[in-house]
Design a protein around this ligand. Sequence first.
Ligand code: SF4
Length: 364
Amino acid sequence: MEEVVFTSNEIGQPLLQWYDRNSRSLSWRPSPSPYATLVAEFMLQQTQAATVEPYYHRFLSRFPTLEILAGASEAEVCSVWAGLGYYSRARAIWRLARMVVERYEGQIPSNPALLRELPGVGSYTAGAIASIAFGVREPAVDGNVTRVIARLFQIAGNPHKSVRVRNQIRETARRILPERRVSDFNQALMDLGATICLPIRPRCGECPLTTHCRANMNGNPAQYPERLGSPSIVEQTHVCAMIRRENGDLLLCQRPNSGWWASMWEMPRAVCREGEGVYEAAVRAGIEVVGMRLTPGEVIANIRHTVTHHRIQLYAVAAFGEGDPAPVGCRQIKWAHPDQFTELAISSPQRRALKVAGLWTSPE
Ligand code: SF4
């Protein structure tokens, strides 16, 4: 394939003009301090911008500076992150804050190589922070930008599978960076991918780069980049036991520190085995997680939840327990009154179950 060479100006000028008129209005854009950019970029790693907005504000109002974040506990950070999912990001940003305080006296570095040494920071996040917060000439190649570049330059191959293709896209993104307005340029590419250069039906008629786009000129933009087949959906049934004391306290257990909902609090839960009923699974959750013999009662809540390509049906079942609980299949257990729930990092589906049960009274 003959290589297409554009100067950064040829791409940059129409793209930035389009951006000036059409940029998305996002809370973190008007004052991109390094810390605010860092928080936004961590939240955006696996979540769409519109979903991130309220969590971004809540996080910054609770942890307004990197030093305050570094001084908080991991559990506190996870509880403020609760609801956004992918909690490994919450733990990583907390570790990052502590590392930046220790290594750099609280100043987030602008050098992409130093940024990449920090927890939870890969090439994209390093490029985004360096270019947006510091104006460093560094590409920020996320999924949207990958798609735009692959189409503009008709880059063959699957970037999910091939390091060579990923490098080619990244180096192309670097080559077209303009001398000035690097932050706007990178964000313009992201916005173009999010709003115009859509995965299935790109709106090429509205695109400022339509006359530069090789895939558009050849009439086949949706074929780029080559895609992986979607993973098949896995259906699962989870059952959790609502075990309460007479004073209203609920038995919660802290999950192991890896896997889904790592280190978060939840009611003892089991994943139904093939052919296993809801009540049998509740009994098993009691034995395997908190070492209790349970008598399950009625189903209090029935929640649908999706994690990656898993569709989960969660049943919360009232249960009466014999004997004292012990942390058998979890890190620790505690009896918590509903007034304390908001202070704990409780997994999103279980918070929803608690809401249905009338035990979660906070608006969030
Ligand atoms: S012309 Fe179409 S395919 Fe090419 S970058 Fe624009 S929207 Fe994407």
